[in-house]
Ligand binder design. Structure first.
Ligand code: FAD
Ligand code: UDP
Length: 367
């Protein structure tokens, strides 16, 4: 008999299992995949560390979380500076003076602000009710049309008019010549990769891979006093209120016999007609000098059963449905729901660690 069965060896499950094991509890971690790490899994191909489920850059403003993750790895000095390609034009992201200069020829922040003000006035928006209006209000029509509209439609499979405004607010808008994609104080890529971090977290914990909780619920429900479930919350409840919406991604990898394919780790393709949203060149996350290079094209798609659900679609309709599942979850005394899928919430790695530590703290206090 275990104290906790942890369903999912992703970041949430691994932080929780590590803290519980340290606190003297006996944990069993299972994952239906054949590897640990969930979506932050990295694997070595041709001596290059490949982010198998999309580019992962660690960033946080929270010193405690930064110190926490630094117990498991040293981080390099990588700073995410994304290039956006629209047709044959290249722009710097996030939206900053380099972007404004390239687009309009403006040189000073005042000129850029005036240009945006003009475009906001033309659009006639004061209080944004969707992503399109929010984007127009932040950066004006030119940037919206070239860098946001097509990318957003591809990423979410919906027009920007149908999406909540908060999604675009994740991106900084700056009136300085600063191409750093994030505002956070701490940022980097772990030397040795994310898988090594999870290995260290799970050290001393029993882990069984290629085991699906749903293959034998009765067995798993009786194997431990309590369960932490980090899979899809709607699946846990047999989709009894219907299916929540997710976005999936298809990753297409190519190995090239050249040292440098695109000169940057991340290039976003913002036109709608190109079916992928970005191309990742993995070696640039670690300043690699290998003779070959590996690139991944990322194609977003509608999630269907059997596919990996990467992104919850946190619009009003889905959030309402999630709240119904949450009510059922609250009645389950012996099951905790955690992580991006269990909590049906877009969370970066630093948010996940914070939530997992909070969840652990609450559990330990109640014992
Ligand atoms: P997951 O990693 O999904 O782990 C859940 C695990 O549960 C999975 O391994 C799954 O196989 C397992 N599981 C599910 N159901 C079952 C079952 N029935 N039985 C057994 N096992 C099961 N964050 C950042 O901070 N920076 C970034 O740059 C960044 N980039 C991202 C890019 C992409 C494309 C995506 C999709 C996410 C990105 N993130 C990024 C977010 C990051 O991936 C998440 O914060 C983190 O991986 C979530 O961890 P988790 O444990 O909640 O979920
Ligand atoms: N976005 C965009 N163009 C870009 C990059 C981002 O329009 O080149 C929008 C898009 O709606 C996206 C959101 O900004 O979903 C947040 O971007 P972020 O990079 O945080 O996340 P993503 O959803 O791309 O993983």
């Amino acid at each position: 008999m275990y104290d906790y069965l942890v369903v999912g060896a992703g970041l949430f499950g691994s932080v929780f299992a590590r803290e519980m094991t340290k606190a003297g509890k006996k944990c069993l971690v299972i994952d239906k995949r054949e590897h640990i790490g969930g979506n932050i899994y990295t694997e070595d191909i041709e001596g290059i560390r490949v982010h198998k489920y999309g580019a992962h850059i660690f960033h946080t403003d929270n010193k405690e979380i930064w110190d926490y993750i630094n117990q498991f790895a040293e981080f390099n000095r990588y700073t995410n500076c994304v290039v956006a390609r629209y047709k044959d034009e290249l722009y710097n992201l996030p939206f900053n003076m380099n972007t404004f200069n390239k687009l309009w020829g403006v040189i000073t922040p005042k000129e850029a602000q005036e240009k945006i003000k003009e475009q906001i006035k033309e659009a006639g928006i004061t209080s944004p009710s969707n992503l399109e209006e929010q984007a127009l209000l932040l950066v004006g029509r030119d940037i919206y049309e070239k860098l946001i509209k097509g990318y957003t439609q591809k990423q979410w499979g919906k027009s920007a008019k149908e999406l909540p405004a908060f999604i675009i607010k994740r991106l900084p808008v700056r009136f300085t010549y600063d191409n750093n994609y994030f505002n956070d104080k701490y940022q980097g890529i772990p030397e040795g990769g994310y898988t090594a971090i999870i290995e260290k977290m799970l050290d001393g914990c029993e882990v069984r891979l290629s085991e699906n909780y749903f293959s034998d619920r009765e067995k798993y429900d009786n194997i431990a006093k309590k369960i932490l479930f980090t899979g899809m919350i709607d699946e846990y409840f047999d989709f009894c209120y219907g299916s929540l919406e997710y976005r999936t991604l298809r990753f297409e990898n190519e190995i090239y016999d050249m040292e440098n394919f695109q000169g940057n780790a991340v290039v976003n393709y913002t036109e709608y007609d190109i079916p992928y949203t970005r191309i990742i060149e993995h070696k640039h996350f670690e300043f690699g000098k290998q003779k070959k290079t590996i690139v991944t094209k990322e194609y977003p798609d509608v999630w269907k059963p059997g596919m990996e659900p990467y992104y919850p679609v946190n619009d009003d309709k889905n959030n309402l449905l999630y709240n119904k599942y949450l009510k059922l979850a609250e009645k389950k005394e012996n099951v905790i729901f955690g992580g991006r899928l269990g909590m049906y919430r877009y969370m970066d790695m630093h948010n996940i660690i914070e939530e997992a530590l909070r969840c652990f703290g609450k559990e330990i206090k109640a014992l």
